[in-house]
Write a protein of this length. Structure first.
Length: 287
């Protein structure tokens, strides 16, 4: 990766709502420069010298950028892929993101990368392993990571630690932050009949560094919700997000939309709604 340096990117502004940067919208964003707090990209789409990386570096002169990794496989029983970690470090050096995040999941085995974020059992052994991998990644990157909670469709019988407690203990041991995906909490809570507000209450407020919002759909052949990032945020998720904002404050909040991409205006409308909730929280805090 080239060592060429670019002008330093801006810091996060007072507004907090951003959107995921997807290729079909990149040219329109570059031309119109809509008001957004930040843009977020999947790291693995920008690890080579491409026109997409050049466009990202142009946009980050005007927008803070957040990097969201999907393939570091921190929950794998194997060691971290040092080659992939090195590529991520190189990308971070080029983009100088305001936030860097990954997942409470695994996605690689035996040198093969799977196109899924797979669950791990929440046991003491897995907590030790996951915390070690998070610590190693943060040391190599020289950055604090935010770890995102997953959406759940199955549970391991021998899991002994609630997910929110697993995340909280990882943050305590490693100093990492937590990316609170509100839609994922709602999907998992619906699928396994637990209280999503209680999940929020179990997270350490000081560790939360970002919030994600997205759409989901009901599976046709099973009684469960699927986190597909392919539609507007639903009203129950907006209500849970309002509870998260009241608990954690107005944090950087991302509208994720990865399938069935709409017009850019739809994404911007969703971001404005998230921003309005944050502004309302600031108003009541100041009152």
């Amino acid at each position: 990766m080239s060592a060429r340096r670019d002008p330093s990117p801006p810091a996060l502004p007072n507004c907090c709502a951003g959107i995921g940067l997807r290729l079909p919208h990149a040219a329109e964003i570059a031309a119109t420069r809509p008001r957004l707090a930040f843009l977020e990209v999947h790291a693995e789409n920008y690890m080579a010298e491409t026109a997409a990386l050049d466009r990202l570096l142009e946009l980050r002169r005007d927008y803070p950028v957040s990097i969201h990794g999907v393939a570091l496989s921190l929950g794998s029983a194997e060691e971290i892929d040092r080659t992939h970690l090195g590529r991520l470090k190189g990308l971070i050096a080029r983009v100088e993101p305001v936030l860097v995040s990954e997942h409470l999941a695994w996605s690689a085995v035996g040198g093969a990368y799977l196109n899924e974020l797979l669950p791990l059992p929440y046991t003491e052994e897995c907590l030790d392993l996951f915390s070690r991998h998070v610590g190693e990644a943060q040391e190599a990157l020289g950055r604090r990571l935010l770890i995102e909670n997953p959406s759940s469709y199955l549970r391991f019988r021998h899991s002994t630690i609630p997910e929110a407690e697993f995340l909280s203990e990882t943050a305590r041991r490693t100093g990492c932050g937590i990316l609170c995906d509100v839609n994922n909490i709602y999907v998992s809570a619906t699928n396994f009949a637990f209280d999503p507000s209680a999940y929020l209450d179990a997270l350490p407020a000081r560790a939360i560094g970002e919030i994600h919002l997205a759409g989901h759909h009901a599976a046709e052949d099973a009684d469960m919700l699927i986190d597909d990032h392919g539609s507007r945020v639903t009203q129950p998720v907006w209500e849970l997000h309002a509870a998260a904002v009241r608990r954690f404050g107005p944090l950087p909040t991302l509208i994720e939309w990865d399938t069935n991409l709409p017009a850019l205006d739809v994404l911007l409308e969703e971001a404005r709604h998230a921003q309005a909730l944050a502004d309302e929280c600031r108003f009541f805090d100041a009152a």
